[in-house]
Design a protein around this ligand. Sequence first.
Ligand SMILES: Nc1nc2c(c(=O)[nH]1)N[C@H]1C(S)=C(S)[C@@H](COP(=O)(O)OP(=O)(O)OC[C@H]3O[C@@H](n4cnc5c(N)ncnc54)[C@H](O)[C@@H]3O)O[C@H]1N2
Ligand code: MOO
Length: 908
Amino acid sequence: MDLKKTTIKVGILTISDTRTPSQSNIDSFDSSGQNLIKLINDSNVIESAKVVQYDCVTDDFDLIQAKMTEWCSERKVDVLLSTGGTGLSPRDVTPEATLGLVQKLIPGISQAIINESLKFTPMAMLSRAVSGIYEKTLIINLPGSSKASEECLYVVASVIPHAVSLIKDEKQISKQFHKQLNITGHNESRIPEYVTKIACRHRESPFPKISMKSALSILKEHAVLQYTENNKIKYPTVWIFSTGDELESIKDSHSGYIRDTNSLMIKQILEQDNYKGQIFNHGIIRDNWDDLCKHFEEAFNNADILVTSGGVSMGEKDLIKHVLKDHFKSKIHFGRVNMKPGMPTTFVTLIFKDKKKYIFCLPGNPVSAGVCTHLFLLPYLRAVSGKKLIIHSLKAKLTHTIKGLDIRPEYRRALLTYENGELYVSCLNSHQQSSRLLSFIGSNCLLQLPSSSKITNVESSAIMDVILIKSIENTYIAPILKEMNLCIEIIKKQAILSNTKNEKPLLYSCIEDVLHLMTENIFVAKTEIIPTECAMGYILYSPINSSENLPQFQASIKDGYAIKYGNNWFKKSNVFNVVQVSVAGTVPSCQKEIGEGECTRISTGAPLPPGANCVVQVEDTLVKTKSSDGQVEITIAILNEPKLFENIRSIGSDISIGQRLLDQNTVLGPFEIALLRSVGCKDVEVYKCPSIHIVACDDNSAYAISHKLKNMLKVSDFKGNIFNQSIFKRLTKSPKQFDFVFDYDNPIIIFCGNVDEFCNDNVESHIHISNNTRKISLGFGRMFIGIEEKSVVFLHINTSDSESIYNCVHLFILPFLRFITGRKKIISSIKTKCNMSSEYLPIDKFEKAELHYENGDFKVTCFTMNHQSCLVNMPSSFEEINIKLKRENITELDAIVTENSDCYFIHY
Ligand SMILES: Nc1nc2c(c(=O)[nH]1)N[C@H]1C(S)=C(S)[C@@H](COP(=O)(O)OP(=O)(O)OC[C@H]3O[C@@H](n4cnc5c(N)ncnc54)[C@H](O)[C@@H]3O)O[C@H]1N2
Ligand code: MOO
């Protein structure tokens, strides 16, 4: 059958209020529609096509759909080209009408139109046109203007005949077409660029798989501290890109497209680690040589470190290493690491305009990108930030036996817990595919497992190395709160408030009771809906389930060939005809069904063609025959017998519709946000952070304290706004004095300063305290909680002593803020060992100390001016110390983690 002999029936549907003839608009002339007809019928712009239907309708959803349905259902046309109604004006509804109708989207067509049109005008960005299939008709939205619709027709004209034949499922025609493609080379203009390159690409990776240890020592060699002119550490600027044709940055989802999770996730991991340099997320670069060169050059002009994700394995579109090596003449220090996940991780340096640049190319699978950010990029950035501990690793006892090790040393997402002074690690999640972001959820560490070449199982109770990837706070650390006698001991030197006449005194002996009282049924925590990408550190208000399957269709795990595996196939022949190419970002319906002896070249993440049931990686194949110019492969040989379903991700295997993604009260970090974004969850409902207004009363020392308080709250995990109000020398009689706080939802107002002033009788009129207000006396001050709709917390701190304020913030205010913003864990405490000499006696109940980790134990050094990262709950008397000291001169102390410590804690 000759392709040219089949006539393709085209319908032109003009959609326009002004060009549709009506009584009030008799002179309308549809120049676009007429021009398209001329181009197709007279100039043969689309091979073998004729316009057989033409109509003009107004921008009316129902009318458009009615006309489309009529032409498609009655098989009047093979191709329906609409012109008009794709813009942003309120009347433009062509894309919506088309979307409502089509059964399959073909995003690539509209994408190609936009890409091409962008060369002429940036206005192309505003096009919302879509393309897809309804029944057996291909529908393409073209823009309205005559010039633009003509340009766009030229872009898509060449693919229309082939698309039509696939849609009609005319296998014979399709085969003929592929034959032409592969053998004659006459139709080269139709062959995507990546197809022609295949025979020239590596079939075996040229990069040796080096060990993790070697990779880290290479990184260390290149981690050189830089200094500014005034001798301060100079933190390198980091630029991050995701790469891939299949990725979408826009929020709307198109079938087949993959939402870009990686660039933002990498940035947020660095931010969470408090990296001090500048970090820029520059979104997506397409798998296109020139684009990669252009964007990388821009990165080298502006940044010291370039981070990419994707495009580093064995596919024909994996260009990153080639661009860096051939175009930028850079040095690839390693291109593969013997690890799972993250094997293709690549580290490159180059001299650009006399400056050294460092490039981290991470794999595209989201889990691999996340794991490798923790294992390579973060340690490197910590090193060039002058930190001592660049990998946060701990030893923990395995809670169960692990069988089925991988041949590569593996980093599994696992849970580290802390119980009675011991660390335990468990890895009960067996779904650890590198595309499955869910494996990060509920995990807080990477469990290092050896290669199966060394041992077969790891036994329960083995002591394992784990690397923290979240806060240890997310583990359950035995709370010492119960022992904490807040009112009596927290700040001993301060007197407990005596009762005032109109206030029922409430004295609580335990901070948990206080927090409970403050929050239960009184302070109604507000929630808000915010964009998912901005939700770092917020707490989820309600659980989230997925509304999508991921992947949405069977997809390949490797770059290779999809084949139909049948019994005894190997005995017949191991040679396969390459009949088509499947790339990520398309849908299975773009492919024809493959039969025995045929294969589809396929890239990682691309849809499996109908009929295929396994993927053979490219390394296990040879090119058998090529086209006469040597550019195109025609047949390949498969070297090892594959297994059924090998290298295939089944529908919904990463995430299935309805599956629970996150529980309520989950702290949203980089992985949680990436997970939500991967299934198109654009907004989340989170606990709203109150605004805090700090008011210094009375004198200058209170003023200084109020600033210290603000700084301490600012560096904490609290995300709300904090305002310092100016000093109030005297509380005036005017109740309006604090009215400003009512402009905020659930504000918190903290007074610092003289308590007597505060307790004056007139105070209640100042701060709108009514009879319903809950009043609590605390060791260091008092608290008033409004329970009316406009509930306000007034906290009065009666201190002018900066040590006490530190304790007060970490033991009381921050736990309170965590509580009301939805955190499950409001205080982080740990059992530590301490060499305490009885020469030093604690002055306060809680002393600042330095927390560190040594030989499997947490230790504290008390009475040090070094990095103070915890508060230690001190023995209260001589006798107590002596009793504890008798045992091996080691005192066991409870420590409350206060600072974002360099060592082992990514705190809160
Ligand atoms: N024949 C072989 N195939 C593959 C090998 C191999 O050795 N031989 N290695 C596999 C391994 S291991 C990994 S990991 C992946 C990584 O490959 P790339 O870095 O080239 O990544 P891509 O192919 O571009 O993408 C892989 C996968 O991840 C999705 N992706 C990519 N970027 C993003 C992003 N920013 N956000 C969300 N998802 C992303 C992409 O769509 C693919 O599905 O290669 C194996 N193949
Ligand atoms: O090593 Mo690749 O990172 O996941 O599977």
